[in-house]
Design a protein around this ligand. Structure first.
Ligand code: FAD
Length: 385
């Protein structure tokens, strides 16, 4: 529906992705309800894509990527969604901890972890949020105390997506109480198989069991699993969040497009002017949001590093996705409410419920607005004290 042409080179790359995906049906674990099947199939599908060099194309080639830019990475994500592929099992590794290790990791960490992220041999989760530290990430209380050869980690994380299937977790933990709060944080790589790590699932409003509570009970973390310097965790975490907002927002924009396609099909020839007007408004907005996000990606391709503009992309995409999901519900809602066995209605309900969390995950809309106000528009920070 939304066509955006960037250059002949990127269109050729898109053509390559599309042709490969047309010839290779995404593997599916439908009919195999067990989590084991979901993980096995997810790993196999990502490994197949990796063998075709379609995973982490923005990573340098010595680490398994193609040395392309975030524009091409976004194109891969778009084409995956378009082809009906499930979200890659190792997405957090590819979009968050991988780029962080490439930028801040030691040579040993790069050699140990990067190729296994690309091939989905190892799946990662993000251990940042805690019961008392979400928006205010500097309030983290999970403690990493020095011990012989490393640290002893104790505390609790929450809302940790995919912790129940992850092999590793990148954890932000407090290594010092001295100085300003954010100065005492460190970025640790923690094996989810370490003695003392346990997870408890949390069910979402959509019914999905995607995220978890994670408990660290005196978990030993070797010194060589600290990324960067001890106490440097805040700077590294912020760079993780910038990467998260840029690539994940993009990967999900096509979900809006899928919903818009369904809306247009459902409206068909119906002459319901207010709904048609709303649909047209949402299509126009989705085009603008995607074009803006591409413009930011092009600036990274020209050498800029992901910065606060990722907050703007994430804010605009997640709020537009909610409006689109709401409109889809309004159109298909009657059949959903009366439980008619309509696949479309079921999808619209699930999408609507799922969309609620999108303005919270990766930083709430209020926090993104604060970042846009202070770091893009340069407005002063107000104090009401
Ligand atoms: C689907 C989903 C997946 C997630 N996956 C992960 C994950 O894998 N790993 C991980 O670490 N975390 C994950 N999270 C957690 C997410 O990052 C946090 O929920 C988010 O940062 C908000 O934190 P909080 O829930 O503690 O809310 P709070 O920080 O307690 O905020 C509560 C409300 O107050 C508002 N608020 C807070 N501070 C301010 C302020 N300064 N100005 C204006 N308003 C403010 C917020 O916008 C919000 O509306 C996930 C969340 C969701 C919904």
């Amino acid at each position: 529906m939304i066509k955006l042409r960037i250059s002949d080179k990127t269109e050729a790359f898109r053509g390559e992705c599309r042709a490969w995906l047309a010839a290779h049906q995404p593997l599916s674990s439908d009919g195999e309800a067990k989590l084991d099947a979901f993980i096995r199939v997810g790993r196999a599908w990502q490994a197949e894509l990796a063998a075709a060099r379609l995973v982490g194309v923005h990573w340098p080639s010595q680490y398994g990527g193609r040395g392309l830019t975030l524009v091409e990475e976004a194109i891969v994500q778009e084409e995956l969604v378009r082809s009906g592929s499930p979200q890659l099992l190792g997405l957090f590794g590819i979009t968050m901890v991988g780029p962080v290790l490439i930028e801040h990791g030691s040579a040993e960490q790069k050699a140990r972890f990067l190729s296994k992220i690309i091939s989905a041999q190892e799946i990662w989760c993000q251990g940042f949020s805690e019961p008392g530290a979400g928006s205010d990430l500097a309030a983290i209380r999970t403690r990493a105390r020095p011990t012989t050869g490393g640290f002893t980690l104790s505390g609790q994380k929450t809302w940790t997506s995919f912790a129940h299937i992850a092999d590793w977790c990148f954890v932000l933990a407090r290594t010092s109480e001295e100085g300003q709060r954010h100065q005492g944080l460190s970025y640790l790589l923690v094996s989810m198989k370490s003695p003392g790590v346990s997870t408890r699932p949390l069910r979402q409003i959509s019914g999905d069991l995607e995220f978890n509570e994670v408990f660290f009970d005196d978990v030993f973390v070797p010194q060589d699993q600290v990324v960067g310097n001890v106490g440097d965790g805040w700077r590294i975490a912020i760079s993780t969040l910038m990467h998260e907002r840029v690539v994940l927002s993009f990967a999900r924009q096509l979900q809006s497009e899928t919903a818009l396609r369904e809306i247009v099909a459902a409206l068909g020839a119906e002459n319901h002017r207010p709904l048609r007007r709303r649909a047209a408004h949402e299509v126009a907005k989705a085009c603008a949001v995607r074009a803006l996000a591409y413009e930011h990606l092009l600036s990274y391709a020209a050498g800029a590093k992901p910065g606060p503009e990722g907050s703007l992309d994430k804010l605009l995409w997640s709020e537009s996705f909610q409006e689109i999901s709401q409109l889809a519900m309004q159109i298909t809602g009657k059949s959903a409410a009366y439980g008619e066995e309509s696949k479309r209605a079921g999808q619209a309900v699930h999408r609507y419920l799922y969309s609620r969390g999108r303005t919270i995950a990766a930083g709430s809309s209020e926090i993104q607005r604060n970042i846009v106000a202070e770091r893009i528009l340069g407005l002063p920070r107000l104090s009401y004290k």
